[in-house]
Design a protein around this ligand. Structure first.
Ligand SMILES: NC(=O)c1ccc[n+]([C@@H]2O[C@H](COP(=O)([O-])OP(=O)(O)OC[C@H]3O[C@@H](n4cnc5c(N)ncnc54)[C@H](OP(=O)(O)O)[C@@H]3O)[C@@H](O)[C@H]2O)c1
Length: 433
């Protein structure tokens, strides 16, 4: 039987899942490929710590170059993560004519166009199904199964940690954000440093990759407007529930007349919106397409075995077509040649939920109303909540859709009225697609 040799760099969480899959599903993998797919080398900084899988110590090395310099290895899996040194490793591998499979969203959100161009030059594959949505087959679905469609928009719950925290905030209204975050860390759903998840950067990396593939153009993390969930309080959960909404951290990727919108921020979704019911660490991506209409993919966005499933799917596809002249389209590195503007956040239109702490006295609503009127902000709902210590009360306003720029100017001006306002107004956009 013909053999395909594979090397793995990074024997961590996902690397271990990949090794387990190679061991348990070898027969299935070989059958799919029609060749014997062999994992012949594993590189990690530390090869002494026991892992969850038994592995022949002969396979292990602390020097990843042993994999890159082995001419018999056709496919390299990069599962180290982060930008450096993974960037160097992948570039070196591609330059040496090796096919590369990676799950590295941080790296791809910055350098995918350059790495794809290099792979194209070297006539090898750079595959990254696992970089977005863990075990959910997203990249290939966009590039292959949905290829005949024009994509109008993509809405994605792309970060399991923040979705878990928001779900718990609704389920356990007496728990604070911080308490739920600690619980998520204890359960292994949040990293010791949760910044990337709760500040929206992880979802933004994935949004940049999805948008690049969906719209065939270079879109990097810098193009993605990003806000996280750290300012959401139990009060916002209560008030939005009362108003019939659920808060989600959403990636919105949308084709507009004036360009492409790519943004990640909390949104208010109507309770009966299909994405409102996505709970815990699950990821969901909804497409709006000119031929299909709406379709949705839903599943585990992280975890060793789901992510290994996506990594191995890339390995299988590359192995199947190895030594063929033509690599299939989803693996063929291609140039991002469409160049639509990235729509400035100033021009994005949404309704707003605004929470302010105001002094409970006559004339407050008139002051707020006159500032909003100055910037053409039209009010849809006003709620003044129960009285608070010292006469300060929460004032909740929902607005009709308005561009970001005038809304932000209105909020800046309201901030100057410190005779009626305590603290900064807090806002969440209302989904308008
Ligand atoms: N975790 C998930 O659920 C998930 C889901 C989708 C995608 N991903 C992506 O998958 C990739 C791997 O994530 P992970 O969770 O498996 O990370 P991880 O557990 O930290 O594993 C990374 C491994 O690479 C090793 N490493 C670091 N520098 C190295 C070097 N120079 N040479 C060789 N090995 C090196 C690390 O060793 P040390 O620990 O000693 O530094 C660690 O064992 C990342 O790109 C991540 O974004 C992860």
């Amino acid at each position: 039987m013909e053999k395909v040799k594979v090397g793995l760099i990074g024997f961590g969480n996902i690397g271990t899942g990949v090794v387990k899959t190679f061991q348990h599903n070898a027969e299935k993998i070989n059958e799919e490929v029609g060749k014997k797919v062999e994992l012949v080398k594993i590189a990690d900084k530390d090869v002494t710590t026991p892992r969850e899988v038994e592995i022949d110590s002969e396979l292990l090395t602390e020097d990843y170059r042993e994999i890159l310099n082995d001419p018999s290895i056709d496919i390299v899996m990069e599962l180290v993560g982060g930008v450096d040194p993974a960037y160097k490793m992948i570039k070196e591998a591609l330059r040496k004519g090796k096919n590369v499979v990676t799950a590295n969203k941080d790296l791809l959100a910055k350098h995918s166009a350059e790495l794809i161009a290099l792979a194209q030059e070297k006539q090898v594959a750079l595959a990254f199904e696992a970089s977005v949505g863990g075990g959910i087959p997203l990249i290939r679905t966009i590039r292959d199964s949905l290829a005949a469609n024009n994509i109008n928009y993509i809405l994605g719950i792309l970060n399991g940690t923040s979705n878990y925290i928001l779900t718990k905030m609704y389920d356990e209204p007496d728990m604070s954000f911080e308490e739920i975050l600690v619980q998520a860390q204890e359960l292994g759903y949040a990293e010791a440093d949760p910044t990337s998840d709760i500040e929206g950067y992880d979802a933004a990396n994935k949004a940049a990759i999805l948008a690049s593939i969906a719209f065939g153009q270079k879109i990097t993390l810098d193009d993605v407007y990003t806000e996280g969930i750290t300012r959401i309080t139990p009060r916002d959960i209560t008030y939005t529930s009362e108003l019939g909404y659920i808060i989600k951290l959403l990636a919105v990727i949308r084709k507009m007349i004036n360009g492409v919108e790519v943004r990640v921020h909390p949104v208010l979704l109507p309770e009966d919106h299909i994405l409102s019911s996505v709970s815990d660490v699950i990821n969901t991506v909804m497409f709006d397409l000119d031929l299909v209409g709406n379709t949705m993919l839903h599943g585990p966005g992280a975890g060793a075995l789901p992510t290994a499933s996506s990594v191995l799917s890339d390995v299988i596809e590359i192995a199947k077509h190895l030594h063929n002249k033509k690599v299939p389209r989803f693996l063929t590195p291609y140039t991002f040649d469409r160049e639509k503007e990235i729509v400035s956040m100033d021009d994005v239109v949404s309704g707003y939920y605004i929470r302010m702490q105001v002094y409970d006295r006559p004339g407050v609503l008139a002051t707020v109303g006159s500032v909003f009127a100055k910037y053409d902000v039209s009010i849809a709902v006003v709620l003044q909540k129960e009285s608070n210590i010292g006469g300060w009360v929460p004032l909740i306003v929902l607005t009709h859709p308005i561009k970001d720029a005038p809304m932000k100017k209105a909020l800046e001006e309201i901030k100057q009225h410190d005779e009626i306002l305590r603290g900064d107004p807090f806002y969440i956009r209302i989904l308008d697609v």
